[in-house]
Design a protein around this ligand. Structure first.
Ligand SMILES: Cc1cc2nc3c(=O)[nH]c(=O)nc-3n(C[C@H](O)[C@H](O)[C@H](O)COP(=O)(O)OP(=O)(O)OC[C@H]3O[C@@H](n4cnc5c(N)ncnc54)[C@H](O)[C@@H]3O)c2cc1C
Length: 338
């Protein structure tokens, strides 16, 4: 089996910010074996790409870009109450959610309509509407780049946190995720109390007592498509900043200055502040800087209208500076900057 490696390849179609960067070398892999073969020959810097929806390319990539397209949704175990499935890292995340809901495997419906691949989902522990990937992960299978042999990380070893995991910390850049195992429920257990799910459901004529996981998926898709810009027409990476976590004293200080501050209490006693609200308070919503602008309905989303990410990162830096000056909070950029 030989894999074609293209040279000087455009990455524009492979990142949702539509940055017109190029890869010195580029290939697509569809199995662990192909991945091992390509990596065995490679000595260049490496970038793994899923859907490119959480990535800011700052220029051409001087090494090998591997597009991960390892497929497969396989059932490993089932009981009356649960299923354990193993999913290839190259599956499209929302296709997985759709498949699971259709087969009566529940737990992913609140994570509907998140762009990207299954393999990237554990890296930042994707989350939406009160559910995070960590709630259903059994384990994550990887290829360790040092010896090109498989490794398995239990959910505990993944050390998931808010938009965080071991793959963004001590194991960053050391593994390629090849498969993710998820334990899903065969009994619906709906999470309706986050964001506007319940209110929209009522407004759109659903009977709350009769809601199904498929209804929840459809409601969330409708909310998200009204609120979030489509990367195909307004290139973006979703939330550009993480919501900051602050202690009680900092929260009281900020609240004294901004009484309407939106905060979500966390299990560890900290409070998660809505970064979009903070940015909006400082008047950034809809503002433009060069070829970048802040979305006019959601201040957490930055839109790129240029062919590089230069203006976008400058705009992000100015927003960070403004929030720091006003409230002493350091906003952290959510996507990987490469
Ligand atoms: C409109 C929009 C809405 C979004 N909404 C949400 C949301 O609600 N919640 C949320 O959490 N995120 C959200 N995101 C962010 C993004 O969709 C997720 O982070 C997603 O998991 C990224 O997947 P990807 O395949 O596109 O990753 P990529 O952008 O391809 O990669 C992201 C990072 O992971 C690395 N990587 C990718 N695949 C692998 C692998 N197999 N092994 C090792 N490293 C890998 C890459 O090298 C890169 O550093 C949104 C993005 C957009 C554009």
């Amino acid at each position: 089996m030989s894999i074609t490696i293209a040279q000087d390849y455009s990455l524009r179609p492979f990142n949702t910010l539509a940055v017109a960067a190029r890869a010195a070398h580029f290939c697509k892999v569809q199995s662990v074996l192909e991945l091992q073969q390509v990596l065995a020959q490679n000595t260049d810097p490496l970038l793994i790409l899923g859907g490119g929806s959480n990535l800011v390319l700052t220029g051409d990539f001087p090494g090998l870009v591997i597009l991960n397209r390892i497929p497969g949704i396989e059932m490993l175990e089932q009981t009356a109450d649960q299923v354990l499935i193993r999913v290839g890292a190259g599956e499209i995340w929302d296709h997985l959610v759709e498949t699971c809901v259709a087969r009566g495997w529940f737990g992913l419906e609140n994570l509907s309509w998140i762009p990207g691949s299954v393999g990237a989902a554990p890296i930042q522990n994707i989350g939406a509407y009160g559910v995070e990937l960590k709630d259903v992960v059994e384990c994550v299978e990887t290829l360790y780049l040092e010896d090109l042999l498989p490794r398995t990380f239990s959910a505990r070893q993944c050390r998931f946190g808010y938009r965080d995991s071991v793959f963004k910390r001590s194991e960053q850049g050391r593994h390629i995720i090849t498969h993710v195992q998820l334990r899903l429920s065969r009994q619906p257990s709906l999470h309706l109390d986050y964001g506007e799910i319940r209110r929209c459901a009522e407004q759109w004529g659903y009977d709350i007592a009769q809601l199904t996981p498929l209804d929840v998926r459809q409601i969330i898709i409708r909310i998200r498509s009204a609120k979030l810009p489509d990367p195909a027409t307004a290139p973006n990476v979703g939330s550009f900043f993480k919501n900051p976590l602050v202690g009680a004293a900092d929260f009281e200080r900020i609240k004294a200055d901004a009484p309407g501050v939106v905060a979500y209490p966390q299990a560890d006693g900290t409070l998660k502040l809505a970064a979009g609200w903070l940015i909006d308070q400082l008047g950034w919503k809809g503002r433009r800087q060069g070829c970048a602008r802040v979305h006019d309905r959601q201040a957490l989303v930055l839109i790129n209208e240029g062919s590089s990410s230069h203006d976008l990162l400058e705009l992000a830096g100015n927003i960070q500076q403004a929030v720091l000056q006003r409230w002493g909070i350091e906003l952290e950029i959510e996507p990987s900057v490469v």
